[in-house]
Design a protein around this ligand. Sequence first.
Ligand code: 2P0
Length: 337
Amino acid sequence: MPDTVTARACANIALVKYWGKRDALQNLPSAGSLSLTLAALSTETTVTYDDALEHDILELDGVVASPADLGRTSAFLDLVRSATGVGIRARVTSRNEFPTASGLASSASGYAALALAATRAAGLTLTERQLSILARRGSGSAARSVFGGFARMRTGSTSEEAYAEPVASPLLDRIRMVVAVVGGGTTKTHASRDAMEHTAATSPFYNAWLELVPRDLEAAEAALAAGDLEALGHIAEANALAMHASAMTARPAIFYWQPTTLALHNEVRGLRACGLAAWATMDAGPHVKVITNDEDAPTLAMRLKDIEGVTAVTISAAGPPASVVDTVSPISIVSLG
Ligand code: 2P0
């Protein structure tokens, strides 16, 4: 059994958002979702099981993790331990290779990389589908980061049916996302886990959101199949705005927008009116991600970085699936020594 495994996974940005659960314990989503995995936003995670440890240890970006982050990671590792029957505690080191101070730290890439490293280090090789189901238990969006390119999340009627799977599209090679970071990543936001629960519980628009998602998914998948970036972009932008409308109408409201967020949306709409491929999406924070193509991405990046309050701009192509990057087994340690 290898002792130490390092895995890498990329974050993903949803084109049709996941916003609400039907079962918080199993982390089952209320509706499907559709995403693009991004090469520029990756996480590398190393897991070592060590029988000398009395409890799990977690280091995030070079710093000892908070008790809350450690607790969530330990609960996730318990799922792996119960699957393997191995009770040994683990040392987990995770590093986000994201644009500096981006505030885009992602549970999606984090739990996808952890699911892969933790199972392989325990001697367990899961299928991609099993890995996606396991990653979902850590974070719903992580189920999608097991895959590269476009991924569709299924709601399923049981835990075993709630997994992501890759979606082929002729758009894969030329689609780009331009990520515009607002406020240097320092802006405090509501954690998405609590925010989606609060929205589902209190927004009068939440049912409308749930009715919309299957329609947007069907239209987005048709656009992917047809290679129609314009149709995909319009659906993604409208879907993100609908998600935010449901959050804003929660009581009390969850409001992720900053003045710079609105300025970015206006710029994207203006550039689109001038003929550029540009559609905005955003998640549980003030940052704006612009769906575009390889040709228009550099122009967009130049325009967006000049907007007041934008602190970083990154262009990303589609990213690869989660993968093991390094394995150190006890045998190789002996032979090296
Ligand atoms: C998404 N988000 O589809 C949506 C859009 C944020 C806004 O998935 O509670 O951190 O861990 O399952 O995965 C963020 O939610 O939530 C998210 P949990 P997660 O990307």
